[in-house]
Write a protein that binds this ligand. Structure first.
Ligand SMILES: *Cc1c(COP(=O)(O)O)cnc(C)c1O
Length: 343
């Protein structure tokens, strides 16, 4: 069977999650009457030390809701040019909320205060003004980089000095917290809203959490309805989400597996594989003279699935459905794929 390392979203719900879904106590969540959703929202808010939280179907919707709540039509959003919100959400800021993006090149995965300051524009007769700063942790496209809370606080302070709110796309927030051994409440202390996915490393089949203070979440609840995300007996899918929150500590296993995978692949001549911070492994194939698409195809033939994320960049992700034996096997198989490519 192929070892699927395309993403940490490919996991299948456990038997316990399926049983929890079947047995979930439900009600109409648009009326606020689904006890399982209410429990999930309260538990999630508690876990990261914020006032309130909102269950949303996807991470993308959560980010887009946050932008709509924080930003005013026409305003600019400062973000990293490699951020998910900028690259992979179909230009949603413009399409859904009339916001304009001002990307910066955050080489360290989050913009520095100086970068924010140079990107900031004050509102005037000619300029819309900066309405939002978004950050990402872990940073997906930069290689699952775990950003320190100090770096987040520094740029958040610069934004707040200009009265600009800060949203954190923490699709993999807990990967960062586990990797750096930082309490989630510290990680989100200085941001105005945070999104995290239940459906990635935590292993839930569906769902994300958008969190912040009570006023933010009340406004977000209205925008969720506007965007078509008000769900009815959503306890059926929220119940596995509650179990997913128990998977936070085991992310360390994914990180160890990623470290082993990276080391094993880096030993293969022609591959350059930096040591990962978390569960995302980036494989550079320029030394091999093979483009990512061709490398991915060869790996697929050898029984390992990955994704092309740049001309010579392939991404492999570890997750809860692959164990150490799978990783050792994947290293062997990628070695075979490289042999075929050389032949
Ligand atoms: C996956 C991801 C999202 C979006 O989550 P979906 O549930 O797939 O919509 C947002 N940001 C980052 C950094 C992600 O990796």
């Amino acid at each position: 069977m192929a070892i699927d390392l395309r993403s940490d979203t490919v996991t299948r719900p456990s038997d316990a999650m399926r049983a929890a879904a079947a047995d979930a106590d439900v009600g109409d969540d648009v009326y606020g009457e689904d006890p399982t959703v209410n429990d999930l929202e309260a538990t999630a808010a508690d876990l990261i030390g914020v006032e309130d939280a909102l269950y949303v179907p996807t991470g993308t919707m959560g980010n887009q809701i946050a932008a709509r709540v924080h930003g005013e039509r026409g305003e600019e959003v400062v973000l990293d040019r490699k951020s998910h919100i900028y690259q992979w959400e179909l230009g949603g800021l413009a399409q859904l909320s009339g916001l304009q993006t001002r990307p910066v090149d955050a080489g360290d995965a989050v913009p520095t205060p100086e970068q924010f300051e140079s990107a900031y524009v004050a509102e005037s007769l000619h300029r819309p003004g900066t309405g939002l700063l978004t950050l990402e942790n872990t940073h997906n496209a930069r290689g699952g980089v775990a950003v320190t809370p100090e770096a987040i606080s520094a740029v958040a302070e610069a934004a707040h000095d200009r009265d600009v709110p800060v949203h954190l796309d923490g699709a993999r927030l807990f990967n960062a917290c586990v990797a750096l051994d930082v309490d989630p409440s510290r990680m989100v202390r200085d941001v105005d809203s945070v999104l995290f996915c239940l459906s990635k490393g935590l292993g839930a089949p569906v769902g994300s959490i958008l969190a912040g203070d009570a006023d933010f979440v009340a406004a977000a609840r209205r925008v969720r309805k506007l965007f078509g995300g008000g769900m009815r007996q959503a306890g059926l899918i929220a119940a596995p989400g509650l179990l997913a929150l128990e998977n936070v500590d085991r992310l360390a296993t994914d990180h160890e597996n990623a470290a082993r995978l990276a080391a094993g692949l880096d030993d293969i001549e022609g591959l350059r594989v930096p040591e990962p911070d978390t569960n995302i492994v980036q494989v550079h194939t320029d030394d091999l003279g093979v483009e990512a698409e061709a490398f991915v195809a060869a790996c697929e033939d050898a029984g390992v699935r990955g994704g092309a994320h740049g001309p010579h960049l392939t991404r492999f992700c570890t997750h809860l459905d692959v164990d150490r034996d799978d990783i050792e096997e994947a290293i062997e198989r990628v070695g075979d794929a490289v042999e075929t490519l050389r032949a």
